[in-house]
Design a protein around this ligand. Structure first.
Ligand code: HEC
Ligand code: HEC
Length: 236
């Protein structure tokens, strides 16, 4: 009886020890100032009306639901990883990723505002699929093949290996691609293929696209825009 009681208590004590340890570790990992916590509601206001009078909010181009404008190559932001969005805003602001549309808007934001607006767009559900998708089935089928199997003889690795099997992205490392605007995707791929290192994270994509045929880049872009919303397994 004594021994039984001992064996019940001991693991409990050990568990309590582990929990205290975890608790302290979590406490230590918490940002110390509340101001560091991203505020999606403040981010919503930035998306709606911007941060400076006389300038539009992000939604003028990316829309309030973050669907972007697929036909004209304005990317979707909804459902992206907040860390990826914040990182890209930092690249635009410092011209590490050069884009004349985005540079002024990114420069208007403080680091905290970047965090807030990234948290807002990251929190949104998948927008509806693009209407009037003109790509044919044959093109999309080739795109799917590239996405899943790559084109190994030409050094093209399967895209899904880094971007997730459903194109859902892998945190801040490799972005969400499913349902992204095909013209936007194609433009990014073509830039990399020409050796333009978009930003400090883009080297892998320069290697990836180095020997890719333009037809294959068109195919994979068409396939990705047509993808259904990934399940809840999306990595944020
Ligand atoms: C005048 C239109 C316009 C406005 C306003 C605008 N954007 Fe953009 N945004 C673009 C375009 C165009 C691109 C694509 C840039 C490229 O091709 O590299 C882009 C790209 C981005 C990207 C990169 C997405 C990716 O997949 O890598 C992020 C993040 C972004 N915008 C966030 C914002 C935020 C946040 C705001 C508001 C503070 C904003 N944008 C305002 C037009 C706009
Ligand atoms: C070895 C890993 C790896 C593989 C394989 C890979 N990617 Fe990427 N990809 C990345 C990384 C990392 C980024 C982020 C680059 C950056 O921030 O500039 C990226 C970014 C992108 C973007 C930019 C998205 C945006 O929102 O701006 C596109 C488009 C893209 N990849 C398409 C593809 C396609 C299509 C394939 C397959 C043909 C592929 N990738 C294979 C790692 C990879």
């Amino acid at each position: 009886m004594h021994q039984a009681a001992e064996s019940i208590i001991r693991p409990g004590r050990r568990r309590a020890g582990v929990l205290t340890f975890l608790g302290l570790t979590l406490l230590a990992a918490q940002p110390s100032r509340a101001a560091d916590t991203p505020d999606p509601a403040a981010g919503r206001t930035i998306a709606e009306s911007g941060v400076l009078t006389g300038h539009v909010g992000c939604s003028a181009c990316h829309l309030m639901n973050g669907a972007g404008q697929p036909d004209v190559g304005i990317p979707r932001l909804a459902g992206f990883s907040a860390t990826y969005l914040e990182q890209q805003l930092g690249f635009f602001a410092s011209d590490k990723r050069s884009n004349s549309w985005m540079a002024p808007y990114a420069r208007m934001l403080t680091q905290k505002q970047m965090q807030d607006v990234a948290a807002y767009y990251a929190s949104l559900p998948e927008p509806p699929p693009a209407e009037n998708d003109p790509a044919g089935d044959t093109l999309r089928a080739r795109g799917k093949e590239i996405f899943q199997k790559g084109d190994m003889p030409h050094g093209v690795m399967p895209c899904g290996g880094c971007h997730g099997p459903a194109g859902q992205g892998m945190g801040s490392f490799a972005p969400h691609l499913a349902r992204q605007s095909a013209p936007y995707l194609l433009e990014q791929l073509r830039q990399w293929q020409q050796g333009k290192d978009r930003d400090p994270m883009g080297k892998m994509m320069v290697t990836e696209t180095h020997a890719m045929a333009d037809a294959d880049m068109q195919a994979v872009a068409a396939y990705l825009q047509s993808l259904p919303a990934p399940d809840t397994g999306a990595t944020k």
